[in-house]
Ligand binder design. Structure first.
Ligand SMILES: CC(=O)N[C@@H]([C@@H](O)[C@H](O)[C@H](O)CO)[C@@H](O)CC(=O)C(=O)O
Length: 318
């Protein structure tokens, strides 16, 4: 059975895939990006080629190149690098899983295929099992994101007996707001050493109470430091401070959600906060508007966790 060097816990940044102004992947800034996450945000785990990384909008060759660059630049600096290898084609998913193993990734994750969809738990497990088998030495995580895949099979149901089918199963990345489902995943698997990684950043504190062992999200790219303060307060049972941190984070996320928030806007905010050019998203996504950037910038400045001198708005638009 695969056993990670240590259980994946704490914050995991769902990495952005930097792109040039012409829409090509831009590997040249990934070294800087690693240093920024570690030194400025205190985030040492990453989730590559997921939703935020536009993994499903990249070619297989691009996904391999992006994964390799993160591995090369992250080696000796990051704790764990999990590569999302989900694809509509089982063959492509297996190829990416094998590649992740070859380059020394710490784990792989897979979403449910979302065009010709699995219609029940067993069908989904069979698909996941075939992918996991292509990288038998790597910890395997199921990436549950029903709002995007349209696959509504409850995670609780999926986890029931999963290690008998997928011996490398190590955990769940749960990007959904159904805390009953999440809580039951934790409760029914207390004997296992699974990682329960929550994926709705604005609700993380509730998930910690419910037993989350860590979190994967887009905002940890630039709000990692603040979220780590919340994790520390929670760890020390200082729930009042933890709640204050969560409310502060919510104020920002609530604000941008109302403006319209997704991968494009994440790229713009990360560029603004880190100064590292993330470039435009790949179509069909469209670049965040100037209005969004100005409003997000003003909101970041008005909150207490980023100083205005931290913000750089170069490279946001061509
Ligand atoms: C739908 C979506 O993109 N959810 C994000 C969240 O981090 C989300 O951006 C955040 O909670 C703000 O709503 C993550 O769960 C996605 C993620 O982990 C990934 O990029 O793989």
């Amino acid at each position: 059975m695969a056993s990670p060097k240590k259980k994946l816990q704490g914050l995991v940044a769902a990495t952005i895939t930097p792109m040039t102004e012409h829409g090509e992947i831009n590997l040249s800034v990934i070294g800087r990006y690693v240093d920024y996450l570690v030194e400025e945000q205190g985030v040492k785990n990453i989730f590559v080629n997921g939703t935020t990384g536009e993994g499903l909008s990249l070619s297989i060759s691009e996904r391999r190149q992006v994964a390799e660059e993160w591995m090369t630049k992250g080696r000796n600096k990051l704790d764990q690098i999990v590569i999302h290898v989900g694809a509509l084609s089982l063959k492509e998913s297996q190829e990416l899983a094998r590649h992740a193993a070859e380059i020394g990734a710490d784990g792989i994750a897979v979403i449910a295929p979302f065009f010709l969809k699995p219609w029940n738990k067993d069908v989904l497990i069979n698909f996941l099992k075939e992918v996991a088998a292509a990288a038998p030495a790597l910890p395997f995580y199921y990436y549950h994101i029903p709002a995007l895949t349209g696959v509504k099979i409850r995670a609780e149901e999926l986890l029931d007996g999963i290690q008998e089918k997928i011996p490398t199963f190590q955990g769940l990345k749960f990007s959904d707001t159904d805390l009953l489902d999440f809580g039951q995943c934790v409760d029914q698997n207390r004997e296992q050493q699974f990682a329960f990684l929550f994926g709705v950043d604005e609700q993380l504190l509730s998930a910690l109470v419910m037993g989350a062992t860590g979190a994967v999200g887009s905002t940890y790219n630039y709000l990692g430091k603040k979220t780590n303060q919340m994790l520390e307060a929670f760890e020390q049972k200082d729930f009042s401070s933890a709640l204050n941190h969560q409310f502060c984070i919510q104020r920002f996320i609530n604000f941008v959600l109302k403006l319209g928030f997704g991968v494009s806007q994440t790229k713009a905010i990360m560029t603004l906060v880190s100064g590292i050019p993330m470039g435009p998203p790949r179509p069909p996504l469209q670049r965040a508007s100037r209005e969004f950037i100005d409003e997000a910038k003003a909101r970041l400045e008005s909150l207490d966790f980023l100083s205005s001198t931290d913000l750089k708005d170069g490279n946001l638009e061509s």
